[in-house]
Design a protein around this ligand. Structure first.
Ligand SMILES: Nc1nc2c(c(=O)[nH]1)N[C@H]1C(S)=C(S)[C@@H](COP(=O)(O)O)O[C@H]1N2
Ligand SMILES: [Mo]
Length: 217
């Protein structure tokens, strides 16, 4: 356990160092209408696991999602309420800031626009803070989740999303670097001002568009 902690701290320090030195920056901009692979990325068939080393062991019985902040209707969904929402299938590519990309992932989940309709963001709401059961957080502009391709996923490649990949349910924001896709989703706060999440406070970009190489701030 102690060894594992040291290992995780080392990894976190390494990633902070990357932000300082601008690792993997190519200085070019990609065109998603023409290319499939964003600048500086390489394609893998594997599905690497990246987190802070704490992987909450949540059964669907223990899981709930609460939404608060600048919304007209704050809510809390337990698993049954979450699964009773509109369900959709998604196909996307994943781009991680550590430079791996994984193409053609199939998911099932609840469209983020379904959640937005349920909570009714106030006109002042401009950003979301996603908070997870492992203590992780990440910020994302409302405009970047108010899209048809953003969702809260519970099934990946036909199987229940595994614990290490954020099961029972995680956010997926496929057009941004994967650190914005919070695993083990627990809470969403709508904010009028942008606030840094876990990695954003450690030098990572507030938005994270892989086509513009928004890796670091
Ligand atoms: N709750 C939580 N979500 C998280 C993370 C984390 O540490 N905790 N890591 C992020 C990072 S840096 C990446 S690259 C992806 C990795 O997802 P994966 O392990 O399913 O590949 O999850 C993101 N979401
Ligand atoms: Mo990442």
């Amino acid at each position: 356990m102690a060894d594992k902690d040291t290992e995780n701290e080392k990894l976190i320090r390494t990633k902070e160092q990357w932000a300082k030195t601008g690792r993997a920056l190519t200085g070019t901009e990609g065109d998603p209408t023409r290319d499939r692979r964003p600048p500086g990325q390489h394609v893998t068939d594997k599905f690497p696991v990246l987190d802070l080393g704490i992987q909450p062991n949540l059964s669907t019985k223990d899981w709930s999602l609460s939404v608060a902040g600048q919304v007209a209707n704050p809510l809390k969904w337990d698993w049954a309420a979450f699964m009773a929402q509109e369900q959709a299938t998604f196909l996307n590519d994943i781009h991680c800031v550590t430079t791996w990309s994984r193409y053609a992932n199939t998911w099932i989940g609840v469209p983020m626009r379904t959640l937005l309709r349920a909570v009714q963001p106030l006109p002042t709401a401009k950003y979301l803070m996603l908070k997870s059961y492992d203590g992780y957080s990440t910020n994302v502009p409302l405009a970047d989740v108010d899209r048809d391709d953003v969702f809260i996923g519970h099934t990946w490649q036909g199987e229940a999303l595994s614990r290490e990949h954020g099961g029972p349910a995680r956010v997926v924001v496929p057009h941004l670097y994967f650190w914005k896709s919070a695993k083990w989703l627990r809470h969403i706060t709508f904010l009028d001002r942008d606030q840094p999440g876990y990695w954003e406070a450690r030098g990572y970009h507030m938005r994270g568009d892989p086509w513009k190489e928004e890796r670091y701030s």
